[in-house]
Design a protein around this ligand. Structure first.
Ligand code: FDA
Length: 944
């Protein structure tokens, strides 16, 4: 083989492709849909309105709902002119069928219905190009086993069809084969995927078929790649052809190609590699910003293009062991691939170009004319259910960076289209620093390993062999295995309280004198200290609080966030703040600490809430007496140990160990100025009563900062996206086994959707696994102790007398478990609809319409968190006006508030309405002094 591929070769191929491709437009850009799309290109709000309508359409029952949504979206877009006018016209019940028809028509461009007839017609049409196909069973997200079974059956159906002489070639999504696809449970995921994959591979072998594994989001990439190479090795002697899609927008893809080479050589068989640029760029960008994780993709399109060209060259040079498929619609990128394939003398069967059905047909025809081997990726399925796919394609066709738009709509010159990608010198990432500490990315094996090591170390260290049976000792136990005593701690005798408070008061005076900057430095040092040991802190919660890995990690991150957030807030609040100065009169105010705070913290966020309340007390210049709930003691001890390392004096912030009696004694103590409490409503109300009853020797009013429980509801509207609603409800209801004040314990579904929601909810709940939280293959763990277990079981018994048991999951026989339970036909007056359970018990209710659902949701003593799943703008607005909760979540789960991003706290009997992690919180730990100074002296008014 002489010479190498030159730029001139590439340009020559590209020009000849473009010359014939530009003779006609792709079908999508023609006719009515073409006009709609062209108009949408220059009107981003109208484009968004159209996509929102397409997104919700499958869920809408009847013409009134269709018309209502279309009208609302166009109205919100604010667009005017001929097309929006026509669309508004179509937004009438009598005409909405037109809009639906048009969307179906668009869908037909990209999707084929799953019938022998439609498949035969499509195969015939593509054979005329000529082009082979790869078939994909397109559909909704797979949340349940039944849905995964259905996906498997569709793939089997496709394999069994008449392929009109072609060797069957399928593209499959591994995530669609198992509902719980989780990097934290790689072994379990593999087992679940394999159980449905095996019949597919067997059927593929019958026909020598190719199975290409599609690539999905980056978070799952390593797991998908690992599973694929397992498949190659595990089924290596079977007669199927394995292939995988790899994405050029990821800088690491070269490594995965090398793994494919090694795997092919090791297993003695060819492996297909489909090179794509990557379909999830926008989502990866949004998620990485939201999670504070590094953006996994190149940020510059030219970088992706250049990488794609490089990888295409690498793949085509290794057709001895690989079967390269170069996928895309970019004339330049494809010209590069063709030049390399020709350079290596590759023939049909040794490589191919792959394109998506309904995209860039003129280019496809031009390639066929040049005898380039072609395969078309054909998604098959229900036209309406395939909407997510349709939207992705429409976005691709209309994005300003899209090559399709540039080639056929923007009239970019051939030179511009064929120019070699110029990669700008990499600049510092534009990503702004995350608002909160990023959660651990457990899709990374290094992080999983570090966490496992920390957990093993903590498990090894936490064994109390002390057999003393002294009632003055508190025994910390593991709720999964209560006989395991993790530690024994001596309780603080009540007789010590006076001395402790006295020394705290002295220490507070010193602490206050240090000034804000020094106090902030201490808190930030504490944040760094916890961050350095974050896995250790989280491991303690896995063992003592029964939290699964992700939840334990999130609690530690939140503790660190509180330290940062309150430090920053205090810097704003410190010093003198001028109100209004007049000539001759100066006015300002400043905040002063109240004195000694008692922090009574719960066990369910054993580090975050304790740290948050303590940080607030300390940074504002108070002393803080920490009295954590006993089941969270190990975390509190670790916090105190971290404080020692950063010189936060014990006298200023002692850890007091005790139960109710200690709490009551502290609350009642006349030398206490602030009580910061988070916990149950009963204790909260007792504290408020006791604190507001001054004792004879008490010459001040106590300030109570009080966060109590919730009976939170999620409303599911008739047009809700059920994929999202089901996931959001399960995460909110069963996260940390329901032991969160923010947890969802009521679901109020609008009647027309209730049955469908129930079905999917149960089926999805069945996929969740309950067991030892130290083992990451379990999603959920036990309740905190036997008392909590008994309370939850009692409520389940009450529920059985009041309502209908719809579903109950299974849990281990031993340990403090209560089975996840869903009741239906629950009425507003039922106890399980009114009382806080603090366990995995969910009450399903129905409402005739959305407005009644809000009324039902508001019918509670509590008003903490609330959620709404709806896609109708008017309903989302109504919720914001009428749904009376401290934290309202629209189209997302109702737990997991982030410090400073979603300040957290309720009203009614949930709390005071001043939110934790919000701008007003710290003020509760201080009092305000206003100073007004007359500076006028006998008619002389100084300048300053
Ligand atoms: P074009 O040249 O216009 O490139 C668009 C692409 O550039 C975007 O999709 C994105 O990857 C990248 N990009 C856009 N803006 C960027 C920026 N600012 N910085 C960096 N990169 C940027 N995808 C996938 O993820 N998994 C899969 O399994 C498949 N399977 C598949 C099969 C077949 C047959 C085809 C044709 C395509 C896929 N895809 C895919 C989709 C593919 O990844 C890609 O989205 C489209 O093919 C668009 O790329 P083109 O080369 O066609 O267009």
């Amino acid at each position: 083989m002489a010479g190498s591929v030159t730029e001139a070769d590439i340009l020559a191929i590209g020009q000849s492709l473009l010359q014939s491709a530009r003779q006609s437009k792709p079908a999508l850009y023609r006719g009515v849909s073409g006009q709609i799309l062209e108009r949408c290109l220059n009107d981003a709000p109208l484009r968004a309105a159209l996509f929102r309508f397409i997104d919700v359409l499958p869920q809408l029952k009847g013409s009134a709902a269709q018309a209502g949504h279309l009208a609302a979206y166009i109205e919100e877009s604010g667009s005017s002119g001929l097309l929006p006018g026509l669309m508004k016209l179509a937004a009438r019940p009598s005409l909405s069928w037109l809009a639906t028809l048009q969307v179906k028509h668009m869908a037909q461009n990209f999707l084929v219905e799953e019938s022998p007839h439609a498949m035969a017609a499509m195969l015939k049409a593509l054979a005329a190009v000529p082009a082979n196909i790869t078939l994909d069973a397109v559909g909704e997200a797979v949340l349940t086993d039944a849905e995964a079974d259905a996906y498997r059956d569709r793939v089997l159906w496709q394999l069994a069809q008449d392929w009109q002489g072609q060797v069957p070639h399928l593209s499959i999504k591994l995530t669609a084969l198992a509902p719980a696809f989780d990097p934290l449970d790689a072994a379990g995921t593999k087992k679940r995927v394999y159980s449905r994959l095996l019949p597919i591979i067997e059927a593929a072998c019958v026909r020598n078929a190719t199975l290409t594994v599609d690539m999905e989001h980056h978070e799952l990439k390593d797991q998908i790649v690992a599973l694929f190479f397992d498949m190659v090795a595990d089924f290596k002697d079977m007669r199927w052809q394995p292939a995988i899609a790899l994405q050029a927008y990821l800088p690491e893809t070269g490594d995965d190609i090398r793994r494919a080479l090694n795997s092919a050589q090791r297993n003695g068989r060819k492996i297909g590699v489909r090179l794509v640029k990557g379909a999830y760029w926008d989502q990866e960008q949004a998620w990485s910003q939201e999670r504070g994780w590094p953006m996994p993709c190149f940020r510059d399109k030219a970088a992706t293009d250049a990488h794609y060209e490089k990888l295409a060259a690498e793949l085509l040079a290794r057709s001895d062991v690989l079967l390269p498929a170069i996928a895309g619609h970019n004339p330049r990128s494809l010209a590069v691939a063709i030049a390399h394939a020709r350079h290596h003398g590759l023939r049909t069967g040794q490589w191919e170009v792959q394109m998506l059905y309904g995209m860039a047909e003129p280019l496809r025809n031009a390639l066929a004319q040049q005898k380039v081997p072609l395969r078309i990726y054909v998604p098959a399925g229900d036209l309406l259910a395939g909407m997510a796919y349709l939207i992705r394609r429409l976005l691709e066709n209309t994005a300003s960076t899209s090559i399709l738009r540039q080639t056929w709509l923007d009239a970019s010159s051939d030179d511009a289209l064929l120019k070699a990608p110029e990669v700008p010198t990499p600049k510092a990432p534009e990503q702004s620093p995350p608002a909160t500490l990023p959660l651990s990315d457990f899709s990374r094996s290094d992080i999983r390993n570090d966490f496992a090591k920390a957990l093993a170390a903590a498990s090894g260290a936490l064994h109390s062999n002390d057999r003393t049976d002294d009632p003055a000792l508190h025994l910390s136990r593991n709720p999964h295995q209560p006989s395991w005593v993790l530690g024994r701690t001596r309780m603080t005798p009540l007789s010590k309280i006076n001395v402790v408070i006295e020394s705290a008061r002295k220490a507070q005076q010193e602490w206050h004198k240090k000034g804000t900057a020094v106090r902030v430095r201490h808190l930030l040092a504490l944040a760094d200290q916890i961050e350095a040991e974050r896995h250790h802190f989280a491991a303690l919660q896995v063992l003592e609080a029964g939290k699964p890995w992700r939840e334990a990690d999130a609690d530690v991150a939140e503790a660190i966030d509180f330290l940062h957030y309150y430090s920053t807030q205090m810097l704003y609040l410190a010093g003198a703040h001028t109100t209004t100065n007049f000539p001759g009169e100066h006015n300002h105010y400043r905040y002063r600490p109240r004195g000694v705070a008692v922090v009574i913290a719960p066990w369910n966020f054993p580090l975050a809430i304790l740290t948050g309340m303590t940080a607030a007390a300390l940074v504002t210049g108070n002393a803080a007496l920490m009295k954590p709930a006993l089941p969270g003691l190990l975390s509190a001890q670790a916090l105190r140990a971290a404080m020692d390392k950063v010189d936060i004096p014990t006298a200023l912030c002692p850890l007091l160990v005790g139960g109710v009696e200690l709490g009551q004694a502290l609350v009642a103590h006349p030398q206490v100025d602030v009580i910061a409490f988070t916990g149950s409503r009963a204790v909260g109300l007792d504290i408020l009563r006791a604190a507001h009853t001054p004792y004879a020797e008490q010459a001040h009013l106590k300030q109570v900062v009080c966060e109590m429980g919730g009976k939170n509801a999620i409303i599911v509207d008739a047009d809700a996206d059920l994929d999202e609603a089901v996931l959001g409800i399960l995460a909110s209801a069963f996260g940390y086994s329901g032991q969160k004040c923010s947890a969802c314990s009521r679901v109020i579904a609008v009647e027309s959707i209730a049955e469908k929601l129930q079905e999917r909810l149960i089926a999805a709940a069945q996929t969740l696994r309950w067991g030892n939280p130290a083992d990451p293959s379990f999603d959920h763990g036990p309740l905190i102790n036997e008392a909590a277990q008994k309370k939850a079981l009692d409520y389940i018994a009450i529920g059985q007398t009041e309502a209908r048991l719809l579903w109950q999951g299974s849990v281990p026989d031993s340990g403090c478990y209560s089975p996840p339970t869903i009741f239906t036909d629950v009425k507003p007056e039922h106890r399980i609809a009114r009382e806080e359970v603090f366990g995995p018990v969910l009450a399903l209710m129905t409402a005739p319409d959305f407005a009644s659902a809000i009324t039902m949701a508001n019918d509670s003593d509590y008003a903490l968190t609330g959620g709404v799943y709806s896609r109708l703008p008017q309903h989302l607005e109504l919720a914001q006006r009428e749904y009376r909760v401290g934290n309202l979540y629209l189209n997302r789960r109702i737990t997991g508030a982030r410090v400073g991003v979603q300040p957290f706290g309720g009203i009614a009997l949930s709390g005071t309405g001043i939110q934790v992690g919000g701008p007003d919180y710290l003020k509760q730990f201080m009092w305000m002094q206003s100073v007004s100074q007359n500076v006028m002296r006998k008619g002389f008014v100084p300048d300053v």
